[in-house]
Structures are given as structure tokens and as C-alpha cells.
Design a protein around this ligand. Sequence first.
Ligand SMILES: [Zn+2]
Length: 668
Amino acid sequence: MHGKSSIDYKAIQLKVGLEVHQQLATETKLFCACPPFSGEDNAFQKIEDEEELARRFPFQIQRILRPATSELGEMDQAARFESRREIRVRYLANAWNSCLVEADEEPPHPINSEAVDTALIFSLTLSSRISDEIHVMRKIVVDGSNTSGFQRTAVVALGGSLVYDAGKSSVAVQSVSVEEDAARAINSKSKDERIYDSPNEEQRVYALDRLGTPLVEVALAPIEGGTPERVASAAGALGRLMRSTGRVARGLGTIRQDLNVSVMNGSVIEVKGVQRLDQIEKVVEYEAARQKFFFDLAELVKSKVGSELLIDSSDVTELFTNTGSRVLKSAIVKSKQHRVFAVGVRSFSGLIGMENEFHARLGKELGGIARTYGIGGIFHSDELPNYGITAEEVESVKKQLGMSESDAFVLVAGESSSASKTVDALIERLRHVVKGVPAETRGATEEGETTFLRPRPGAARMYPETDIPLIKVPKSRLDKLKAEIPEPWEVVVEKFSKQYDLPKQLAEPLLDSDRKNVFVETATFTKLPDRYVASVLLDTLQSLSREGVAIDLISDFALKNIFTALDSGKFAKEATPELIRTVAKNPDLSIEQALSKAGLGSISKEQLVRVVEDAIRENASLVKEKGQASQSTIMGKVMQKVRGKADGKLVNETVKEILTGYIEKVRN
Ligand SMILES: [Zn+2]
């Protein structure tokens, strides 16, 4: 869990550069006529069982990934890292959202000019210098996420600035580019299955539906002297600017932020794939504290141990043949090819398990590296004896390594060649401890932490894309697009709140919300009060989410259906949260099915009258005694029976009317 960090960001010279990738809401993909991957599809990224996949993607393409060397014959360290194992890639496709272009069997079509226009509008809004000619380039990708082995990208403009923090701050823009999105990674098997399948081989699965979807990338210069809040504020302002053009895709996963974080002028760490704004702040906070921790650790190690670490490794499999540790035992019994290795570091006791306030520690880094080699995890001496490993076993490892009390070791268990490659990688990382933070590409977790993905690649290598002619940007085109420069955020909020009669406190979060379009359509096509619709989309969804309801699984379409059903009297307002909850749990049900599943659905006026009459009859003596004062009791009894099936106001009126009539009748 995150607390507020005690770090002085100025003192550690926190620098954060931001790259925002925004999917566009164009008619077609960037280089073909297929429809782009939409925001709504992004919400359903997690339905991944094999049968479902085969149904959705009838076509499969298999490729084997081979690392490319540059023309100078050298191989990037990130490419070398990816080539440790043979990587088999399975691309999944269907005919309605990918074609021969995505399969790399046909040259790209001319660039989508709607996407270029959007990038030009962003550039104009950010006062960037727009190039007269746009050249499409190929950027090498090493992870298999593109069938061609490269991503097509084109710089549209350079320079400019982004104003944020309600006009009080600004940050320089480095570039605005238009590019194609990568294929969508799919985890069709659990990690553990994959590990023992084929230790020297890895299989990756990608869906081609997202490949080629147009993105605009805006890269900002490092926000120096910034804090995590300021970085989030800049990202928020850029997101709003893009959304106010009305030309971007909305929904989970349609905007992705990469962060380049460094402290104390150390290596720049690239953190990929931050999807939500509230995650940015946490990630920057975590990453700054993590890097600071490793700089402090470097100093500590240099003073305590020295600048050269003494590291040994040894095969200790025999020591664990009768171990009580389930993890080690299951690794060893697989076959003779499965081994346990120990890596020993002199005078290192206590330093692998040492952690900061966010639980960043060297042990966790080593575990992250091991996982990229298909090794489930590691054990280190600071946490032992534990996990079924006994004090005697710890002693025997130390004895074999010739180690004393003040030394430390790490255990790696797995298939022999993966495990020994892991040992090499761990030794390399341990040697780096005295230098601070190694340059890495890391991934962001949901909780706002970062984990090791691969070493940081060198400068991206680019080649001209010879299949695409250069694109001229005449002044006339820019003049026409100037009319589409969005108004400042404050003006947009003001206008929106007037148009829909919403207070600013509802208008602003609604404009920021991914459900904005649900609101606009519902407000336009139903008689429901705008404020009510806004409060369901903001407050009700948020409180359901806090309850643990997976509101991301509810499509915009389903929400619109719920409002339409409410508008035509199929259920009562009171039942809206319950119905949304039911739809979230059963996304395949129609509204009618969901209503009956939730035991909802509206009752007729006649049925309501009967319920009220029954309640009065059952409480006749109370009504006789208290007269009109019994109304709230009767109301309560009736609501128990009709909650969610009849509007509260209507129930109130009906009770009042029938009760008054009954009392008069009894009196006469
Ligand atoms: Zn296509």
C-alpha cells in the first residue's frame, strides 16, 4: 500500500518525461480500410480462454522471432535480451477487423488522412512547428507485437508547449507523431504452464485486431523539479486537450502513458503502459523512491563491502534432494535437467532483503529478472529459513559456497539452461548494485508499482518506409484545420454545463469521463433529467466500483439500454444500482433478462393499488387509531414489497390518496 512518500523530489532531482499515446476515433485504420480497435473493445480485453479465442479469431499465423542486427552488425541489448530464447509468435485474426496488411502479406495503403488531420490539430493546439513534408518511418520492434518487425511512425511536428495546472505551468513539447498501434498481447495460458512446456522457447500470442489502429503520440520534455502531482496534472491536461477535439477514442486502454523517470542524474527508466491518470502519480512516486533507494544502497554497499563484489555460484541440487520446500522439490523432480543453483555474495547479509517504505528491495528486482527467464521466483538468504527450507539446508548451502555468517546467497531452481542463464543475469544485476540503477524498461502494475521487463533499448533505430509516399502539408490544409482547434478547457466546461443544465461539479468530471458519450446520447434521446443521468454515470458507478462491482465490464451500449428501459417505465429509478450490478455480473444478458434475474421490473398502477389496499387492511387497527399519522408505516410496508418496481414518488402519492379515502370511509 502507498503512503505519502517522505522524499524531497527537488533534492533528488526527479525528472519525468511523458509520452502519451492516444487512440483515434477514425473510420479506418492507419494503413488499410479495416475498422480501428475501439474503446469499447478495450474493456473486454480479459476474456481469453482458448475456445473463445478460436471463435473470435478463426485465422492464425505462426512466426518465429529472430533478432535483427543493425546494418553495422551490432545488436541492441534489448534485442539481444529478447533473443535469449527462441520466441514463437501466434497471431490471431478474423476477417472483420484485420486484412492482408496487418498480416504483412500486402503493402500498406496510403496513410489515413483523417488521422493525419487529428495529429495536425493537436500540433496547432500545442503551437508545435509543423513539417512541410511528413515522412513515414519504420521503427524496429523486438517483442513480436508487430507482424512486420517494425512500427510505422511519422513525426508531424516538433516543439511547442503544453499549458497545464490551470494555466500556471507549462512544459515543452518534444514531438507530435502519428503512428500505428501494436498488435494486442493475449495471455492464453498461465505463466507456469508455459515455463515447463518448453524452457528454451517462449510462445507469445497477439491478436491483430488492434494492429494498425491510429495513435497520436505526444512526447513532452522532462518535467524538471516536478512532483508526482505535477506530472499527473500535465498528463491530465494533455488528455483533456486531446479529448476536447472530439476526435479520439474513449474508454479503458484508449490512452496509454509511458514515463521516463530518473533521479540524481542517473539512468533513465522507461515505465510502459500506464493506463489511468490516478496511476501516474503512484507510479512516479514508487519509481522515484525505488531509484533513490538503489542509489542509497549503492553508497551503503560501497562503504560496507567495497566497489568490487565477490560473487560465486554453485550447483546445489544435491543438497535439496529430500527438501521439504514444495517449490524446490517440484522443480527438481521434473527431470535430471532441472537444477538448483546458488549465487553467493560476500559480506552481503541483510542487503538483499532490505527494503524502503514502498517495499522496493533488491530481492524483488532479482525475482523480476528471474521471471523473464521463465523461472517462477527466487529465494534469498535474508528470508531463510522459511518456505519449507530449513536452517540445516541454509547452512549446507553456505558450507558448499564456503560462506560465513555475514555473506548472502540467492537460490534459483528450474530447467538447467534457463536456470543457468538466470544465474548469469542475476550476477550481472548484483554487480550493478554499486552503480545505482541500471537502465531498464519496466512495466506499471495496477497497484502503481513497477516491475522489470527488459534492459532499456538504445536509441530507436529508424528506417524510411519506402512503401508510403511522403505527405505534403500545404498551408491551405492547416488553415482549414485551424477552425478545429479546441477551445480552452474552462470554456468547454462552461458551455457543456449550460447546454445540459449541469452544475460545474458534474459537468467537469463528466467531460473527463469515458462515459461522456453515454450521457450525451441519453440526454438527447430520453426524457430522463440530465442531472439524474449524470449522477448515475458518476456517483452510482463509482460507489458500485468501490463495492467491488466490475463496472469496466459494462459496455456503453448496456448502460444506454438501462437508461432507455428506465425511460420507458420498465423499472423504477430506485432499482438502477441493482440493475447495473446485475448487468456487470452477467454481461451477456439482455435488459429484460437482467431485470427478471434481479427480481425487478415495474408493476402496474392497478397492482400497486392492490398492494396499498392490502397493507391498509393488514394494519387496520393502527390506521383506525392513528389516522393520517399512520401513513409512514403504511408507506414502509408497501415499499418493502415494491422497491425497485415502482417509483417512490408514485408510491407515496398512491398511499396518500388511498389512505385518505379509507379514513374518510371509516369515519362516515
Ligand atoms: Zn486491414
